[in-house]
Design a protein around this ligand. Structure first.
Ligand SMILES: Nc1ncnc2c1ncn2[C@@H]1O[C@H](COP(=O)(O)OP(=O)(O)OP(=O)(O)O)[C@@H](O)[C@H]1O
Ligand SMILES: [Mg+2]
Length: 1002
């Protein structure tokens, strides 16, 4: 029996959480298992069997011992470690226990030295080097991963005396190594040939390009200029430190400054990232560049000792003093020390000494370091009056853009990719540069983190102590922004998380951020790539467990979060995913999947309710993938179909609906099949020129079956389709009734989305039906909504009562909102109301523009239901503009797309064609067509549509010189417009009437 570390309550065996306080039991992933990218080097003796035959066993043993010792010495000098000896082979790893950013190059250098040592040792060896991800910290130290196997195979494929390196290693060491011609090797267990490169030499450095004009940094340049100005005018020493993370541009900034100093000697020294006995390497470089010795003989001796020219030993103090003397005698002088974060303490003391003791000599000590310097010496430059430190911040977004432009030159880059690079690099010029280079190399245009940068970040994290690293990793589980409370819940073994977090802030890895949870503290990773590097170091098993624990913690603490479901869904999904990837297909994994699915579906539903169709589809897709096979899954799948339809993906919606129907049929599940068919009917009404009447038998059967079963969800669906059919027939009274039933059942099952839709569509009945305009507007005002449908409809009503400016504002907002929320179909269909409003307002040019735009958008979406009507409206507008040919063409389009019993479409086709024929003098045919339209609308109660048809009848009768019949049709039209309260229509009829009376003989 154990007790809870948080509250002391007893915990039953096997429990994961304390039953009393809910704190997690057992530290998670307490072992320091880690995923990391390392470089593996294999070295073996070629022809060792023959060697064994020809050599005395004792001599052979001595030979091999010498060989092993020598190899080990070389590898360790370069910062690698010998993993194991296997027969005559040596396996070594660079990156264990700590990763260095230049591990690949270190391995290459070691390989070259090993090869060069073979002849002297009297053996013929061969070497393979490869870089890749492995798991470390397990029992057997280095888990064998693919990277290890490939290194071994490369070694076996090498000729005696040859080194073969893999593509990853070659990429990482590029510029610093000389390679032979690429070879493609068929390796055992690899489906594709593996590229390999003979390594010739590795004497170079990893260099960065400084050829692009510098961007920004004006302020920091000024600070440097000022410091130099002071040094000269006061003849004093100044210590100027440029701090900043890797790649931010410290060396670059310094180079720019130094380039402006032409009459002053500048000496440079660089701290090296590895090796012993190189404490003074930067001083040696500087002394050699100064090209002189101090005049004081004692100082000269110390310098000679430093340079290895004298056997006489010198102490650290003596060397520091001597170097200061030398600088003072060389003044004015600028002394640049780069990469101070790798400096040995003795060297830092030396710089301190010069800064503190130098008098009356203009010396600028320009030091460059990553913030890690402060880990080694937190008081660096502190308390000095003659010191300045600047922290280089990331480039701004504008500067980043400029840098991208400069790096690209004439090469093009697509906007999306460009934006992604700008975002991912977060203002780090090195990252920008390397990501652009990677994109240039990989034509599929993915932005991935370049391996060089991965190595850089991994190296940074490997320097943290285990508990700081643990805290950072726990934070990375939550995301780029994380909370102290979450970390504490995930790291119960860590007693003082706040202190660790402050240390990470000091190390510039995270910074405090605004908390999203009251009473907690939030932190943000300085860079998303740092977060990713920390996360990537976690083994998958730990990730799975941590995500699950985090979800448990958040459930208790995140009730204020608006997107709680989405976030919980994500963490549960990740926990499930990693378990599945590890092959843990058990009950626990299934349970996680089920919970994730439920959360994601809830989030998807909320997105649907705020009309964010695109987001809803994405969430439901994930919910469906994770859902267990049950009735909930079925509802989620139906919802996905629905949201796909709304987002304008009609083909996808049809495909999913068909799959639902198929599966229901196969399992003889008639209710599910009917629900699938009802869903499909709604889409096919939009996507396929079906006749709406064909829905009736389906609706009848569904109403009967679901009525008998008392299935409200099914009934709601059936009434939805019924209302659609009535809608198409323009029987608005019946539409109101079926929508009322739909609403009732939707509310009973708590389906808010469907209820909202019923309410929204009731608005159409008020718009097109017999309700007078003023009354309809009052109804709308009593049921306010932000739904695009609603806005477009009110817009059309306003146009009817002559208020076109208000109408434009409303339909404009409707279209814009639809687009903004990804409801492309809604946005496109709102062009119908917009074009109608402009026709009523007497602006056919604008109406044509809007309607033609709508036609193009609907066609692009594969939509057909609205398309036919919008095409009809476009035809009407074009006719009014006198563009008869085009108008006719659009009536063809309307005819192709429209259902045979889609009343409004069929009427528009006939009215426009009739009027065109009338213009061409074919009066009889014209009159017949328009009369047909009038017939079509007789059974409907759509007042405006009816009025329009009578108006058009009047128009063709006027052209045919039929005065009294024309006046009669006009009177009919006018009466209908009046009944609707359509003042714009009434006014137009009065004008027409005056024209008829004035132009036609009695
Ligand atoms: N302001 C800038 N404008 C244009 N290019 C820049 C700028 N700053 C940096 N770069 C480029 O970004 C790359 C990285 O810069 P630099 O080597 O100076 O970084 P650093 O801060 O010294 O990094 P490290 O800590 O690794 O030494 C270089 O290729 C450099 O030319
Ligand atoms: Mg640098």
């Amino acid at each position: 029996m154990t007790v809870c570390a948080a509250c002391g309550h007893e915990i039953p065996d096997g429990a994961k959480f304390c039953p009393e306080c809910g704190a997690p039991v057992a530290p998670v992933a307490a072992s320091r298992e880690q995923r990391k990218t390392v470089t593996v080097l294999f070295c073996d003796v070629a022809g060792s069997t023959e060697l064994g035959e020809s050599t005395d066993p004792e001599a052979l043993r001595a030979l091999l011992a010498r060989y092993f010792d020598r190899m080990k010495e070389i590898v360790e000098r370069h910062g690698g470690s010998v993993e194991k000896f296997i027969g005559d082979a040596v396996m070594t790893v660079f990156g264990v226990p700590v990763v260095h950013e230049d591990d690949a190059l270190r391995a290459c250098r070691a390989a070259v030295e090993m090869r060069d040592a073979f002849p002297e040792l009297g053996i013929r060896g061969r070497i393979g080097v490869n870089t890749g991800e492995v798991v470390t910290g397990t029992e057997e130290r280095l888990a064998t991963g693919d990277a290890v196997n490939v290194a071994a195979r490369l070694e076996q494929a090498a000729e005696p005396g040859e080194i073969l390196i893999g593509a990853e290693t070659a990429g990482l060491a590029r510029g610093a190594v000389e390679l032979g011609e690429e070879r493609r090797l068929d390796l055992k267990g690899k489906s594709e040939p593996v590229p390999a490169y003979p390594l010739v030499s590795a004497g170079g450095e990893l260099v960065r390009r400084f050829d692009i004009p510098i961007v920004g940094r004006a302020r920091e340049r000024r600070a440097l200029d000022d410091a130099w100005e002071r040094v000269r005018s006061e003849a004093a020493c100044h210590l100027f430190t440029v701090l900043g993370p890797a790649g931010v541009g410290k060396s670059r900034l310094t180079a720019e400054f130094v380039a402006t100093l032409d009459d002053v000697p500048v000496v440079r020294g660089r701290c090296l990232s590895y090796g012993e006995g190189i404490t003074y390497w930067p001083v040696v470089e500087a002394v050699l560049q100064l090209g002189r010795r101090p005049s004081d003989p004692r100082a000269a001796v110390a310098i000679a000792s430093l340079l290895g020219e004298s056997e006489e030993p010198a102490t650290a103090d003596e060397i520091a003093w001597a170097f200061r003397k030398l600088l003072e005698e060389s003044a004015p002088v600028v002394c640049v020390f780069d990469d101070l974060h790798w400096a040995e303490p003795t060297f830092l003391d030396l710089v301190d000494h010069v800064a503190d003791w130098s008098r009356d000599a203009p010396i600028l000590l320009l030091c460059i370091a990553r913030p890690e310097l402060l880990d080694r010496r937190s008081t660096w430059a502190g308390g000095k009056l003659n010191a300045t430190t600047v922290l280089l911040e990331p480039l701004t977004a504008v500067e980043t853009e400029e840098l991208i432009d400069r790096l690209l030159g004439d090469a093009g880059l697509d906007d999306a990719l460009r934006a992604r690079i700008g975002e991912a690099a977060e203002g780090n010029p090195l990252f920008v540069e390397q990501m652009l280079a990677m994109v240039a190399e990989s034509p599929n245009g993915d932005v991935v983190v370049p391996p060089t940068i991965q190595a850089l970040l991994a190296a940074r994290l490997d320097q943290l102590d285990a508990s700081e690293r643990g805290v950072l990793e726990r934070g990375s589980v939550e995301g780029k922004i994380f909370h102290r409370g979450g970390v504490e819940a995930l790291a119960p073994e860590e007693s003082d998380v706040p202190t660790k977090l402050m240390a990470l802030v000091r190390k510039e890895l995270v910074r405090p951020d605004r908390t999203q949870l009251p009473g907690d503290d939030a932190f943000r990773f300085r860079h998303l790539l740092i977060r990713d590097a920390a996360y990537d170091g976690l083994p998958k098993a730990a990730r799975a467990e941590l995500h699950e624990l985090f979800a448990a913690w958040l459930e208790g603490h995140g009730s204020d979060l608006i997107e709680l479901d989405e976030i919980l869904g994500y963490h549960l999904e990740q926990a499930q995913r990693y378990r599945a990837e590890l092959g843990l297909a058990d009950e626990k994994t299934d349970e996680l999947a089920g919970r994730a699915s439920a959360r994601l579906a809830a989030a998807g539903e909320r997105a649907a309710l705020r009309s964010d169709a695109a987001a809803s589809v994405a969430l439901y897709e994930r919910a469906v993938v994770l859902a267990p096979d049950d009735s909930l899954t079925f509802e989620r799948e139906l919802r996905l179909v629905r949201m796909r339809m709304e987002s304008g993906d009609l083909a996808g919606a049809l495909r999913d609906a068909d799959s639902l129907i198929d599966r229901a049929e196969q399992s003889d599940d008639r209710p599910r099949e009917l629900r699938g068919r009802l869903a499909r009917a709604r889409i096919s009404y939009l996507a396929e020129p079906a006749t709406v009447g064909a829905f009736q038998p389906l609706v009848d059967e569904a109403l009967e079956l679901f009525g008998a079963l008392g299935d409200d969800a099914g009934l709601a669906d059936a009434w939805t389709v019924a209302s659609t059919a009535d809608h198409a027939a323009l029987r608005w009274g019946r539409v109101q009734e079926s929508l009322g039933r739909m609403l009732e059942h939707a509310e009973r099952v708590g389906d808010r989305l469907l209820a909202d839709e019923a309410n929204a569509r009731l608005t159409a009945a008020y718009l097109y039906g017999p309700t007078p305009v003023d009354e309809a507007i009052s109804w709308y005002e009593a049921h306010p909504s932000e739904h695009p449908f609603f806005l477009a409809n009110v817009g059309q009503l306003e146009a009817m009562r002559g208020n076109i400016s208000k109408a434009r504002e409303l339909y404009g907002t409707a279209i814009e909102r639809g687009k903004e929320r990804g409801q492309l179909l809604l946005a496109a269909s709102a062009t119908m109301e917009a074009a109608d409003a402009e026709l009523a307002a007497g602006d056919p040019a604008l109406a044509a523009e809007i309607a033609l735009g709508g036609v193009a958008e609907l066609e692009a979406l594969g939509e057909q239901g609205w398309l036919s009507t919008v095409a009809g409206l476009a035809a009407e507008a074009l006719y009014r503009l006198g563009r008869d040919e085009e108008a006719w063409h659009l009536t063809d389009k309307a005819e192709d797309a429209g259902a045979a019993d889609d009343v409004i479409t069929q009427m528009l086709i006939r009215q426009v064609r009739g009027k065109i024929l009338s213009r061409r003098g074919q009066h009889e045919a014209a009159e017949r067509l328009v009369a047909e339209a009038v017939e079509w609308c007789k059974p409907t109660d759509a007042l405006e549509v009816k009025a329009d048809a009578h108006r058009d009848l009047a128009i063709v009768l006027v052209a045919a010189n039929k005065r009294s019949e024309a006046l009669e049709a006009l009177a009919q039209a006018q009466k209908l417009y009046e009944e609707k309260g359509h003042t714009a229509g009434v006014a137009r009829m009065e004008e027409l009437r005056a024209e008829v009376i004035a132009t036609l003989p009695a």
